[in-house]
Design a protein around this ligand. Structure first.
Ligand SMILES: [Mn+2]
Length: 241
């Protein structure tokens, strides 16, 4: 893996707002309506994402177009990682991919498949955004293993390769949520994660859980970083208002 891509640092957005959105899973049209609802301005606002842009949902091939948008900053989810780790020549791998909602990628031709995988490989595993003063925001798909953001950053920036066990923990862990662990993650003011579908977004310590299963529930959760506020956009109840 290219180490330059493992950790992304973004400067403070002094011109507009930063939002972090939960797992997308192909629900790009719904996301566009959610962004319109909150008055998202592509000129100055930025949309950060906890990853899992693909699989299970309706419009997965649109991911390539989204990954080219200058205001969109996703980290890698376990679904992008599974795509990178998949082997279309292996029957067990194809079965696993279908089970995880990845049949759409198996339908792509070799050149198109390569375009997807190149784009997924460029997605960082974790991202940090400068805020007011020391108020930095972290974004990772599932969790910050060990609960120390600076240590995680050092591991990602310093290693020749990222250990698979670390990737596994960052992209798959549900420990914090399952244990109700409210111990704050050190080294960040807030950490946004997704990965575990909740009916409503949830906070534990300084960790914000944003996956409200938009592709099945019609409900996107967006964290407004400057306001430290979570906006829930639900299709049907708010779509017209
Ligand atoms: Mn996930």
């Amino acid at each position: 893996m290219n180490m330059a891509a493992a950790f992304l640092h973004l400067p403070r957005n002094s011109l507009g707002r930063d939002y972090v959105v939960g797992d997308i899973h192909g629900a790009f049209s719904l996301l566009e309506r959610a962004l319109a609802h909150i008055g998202f301005d592509t000129v100055c606002d930025r949309l950060l994402s906890v990853g899992d842009l693909i699989d299970r949902g309706p419009e997965c091939p649109r991911v390539l177009d989204w990954l080219q948008r200058s205001w969109f900053f996703p980290v890698r989810g376990n679904h992008e990682q599974m795509a990178l780790d998949s082997d279309p020549a292996s029957a067990p791998s194809r079965t696993l991919q279908r089970m995880n909602g990845g049949a759409w990628l198996l339908q792509a031709g070799p050149a198109e498949r390569k375009d997807y995988l190149t784009a997924f490989a460029a997605m960082p595993l974790a991202m940090e955004v400068d805020g007011e003063g020391d108020g930095r925001l972290g974004v990772v798909h599932a969790d910050c293993p060990g609960g120390d953001w600076r240590r995680l950053r050092a591991l990602l920036e310093g290693a020749a390769t990222v250990p698979p066990a670390l990737i596994q923990a960052m992209l798959w862990s549900r420990n914090r949520l399952c244990l109700g662990d409210a111990a704050p993650v050190e080294g960040v003011a807030r950490l946004c994660v997704g990965h575990s579908i909740l009916e409503q977004p949830q906070r534990l310590g300084n960790v914000v859980f944003l996956d409200t299963g938009a592709y099945v529930s019609g409900r996107f959760s967006l964290y407004d970083a400057a306001a430290d506020r979570i906006v829930v956009y639900e299709e049907g109840s708010q779509a017209g208002g």
